[in-house]
Design a binder for this molecule. Structure first.
Ligand SMILES: [Zn+2]
Length: 224
């Protein structure tokens, strides 16, 4: 069989060829069996056949993308929300003590599959799962250069709708926190009032009596 000549192929043809040779695309299409733990229209979660720890999940988009920056924002957003759910399920159902979630972009980062995925790994103390992050010194001048370069890189993405969904989620969370806060404040007021009332029984004629009266709207204090 002729080897395909990549130099004479357009980006769409190359993508089709990658898809054709990608085992994860075949899993997505149901042509290759896999140990699925979760699936929906956008993504699939599989048990890694050679896991870092029991319950190690590979969470991948159904669409073929090689590295993270090629994945559309909406899909990435969905993947991270599902990763959050899987991580929570691991903690609860497998009684793991923690989870590590990471993506390897490029072979330099240890990427092995040509199909982008998130790893969701259950963790336990001393489990010997080696994700070693060294701790080095960073000279001031170098830090300054890096900050400038990255800020410039991010500035070029101003037209992107990056984060609109996240903002929506944040707003929902903020609203929920506000509602919870109100409940707490209400509960505190009730508690305070109860405490005051209890105290008033024990210490008749005290400061607490006056507070109780104020709270109950009686001004003259002649309720005894
Ligand atoms: Zn693929």
């Amino acid at each position: 069989m002729d080897q395909p000549d990549l130099n004479n192929m357009g980006p769409e043809e190359i993508e089709a060829l990658q898809k054709q040779n990608c085992v994860f695309c075949h899993i997505s299409d149901g042509k290759v069996p896999a140990k699925k733990v979760y699936e929906d229209d956008i993504c699939i979660g599989l048990l890694d056949i050679n896991p870092a720890s029991a319950g190690h999940i590979l969470l991948m988009p159904r669409e073929h993308h090689t590295v993270m920056f090629q994945v559309p924002d909406s899909i990435l957003e969905h993947l991270y929300i599902i990763a959050k759910g899987l991580s929570k399920a691991q903690l609860k159902a497998l009684q793991t003590k923690g989870t590590t979630i990471f993506a390897a972009n490029g072979t330099a980062a240890g990427q092995r599959a040509p199909h982008f995925m998130l790893h969701v790994i259950p963790r336990a103390p001393d489990d010997k799962v080696g994700i070693y992050i060294p701790s080095r010194a960073l000279p001031e001048s170098e830090a300054k250069k890096i900050i400038e370069a990255i800020s410039e890189g991010m500035g070029k993405k101003k037209t992107s709708n990056l984060g609109t969904g996240i903002k929506k989620e944040h707003k929902k969370v903020e609203e929920k926190v506000e509602r919870e806060k109100e409940k707490v404040v209400d509960a505190e007021i009730v508690e305070e009032k109860e405490e005051v009332e209890e105290g008033a029984v024990e210490e008749e004629g005290s400061e607490l009596d006056r507070i109780t009266e104020l709270l109950s709207g009686k001004k003259d204090g002649g309720s005894k």
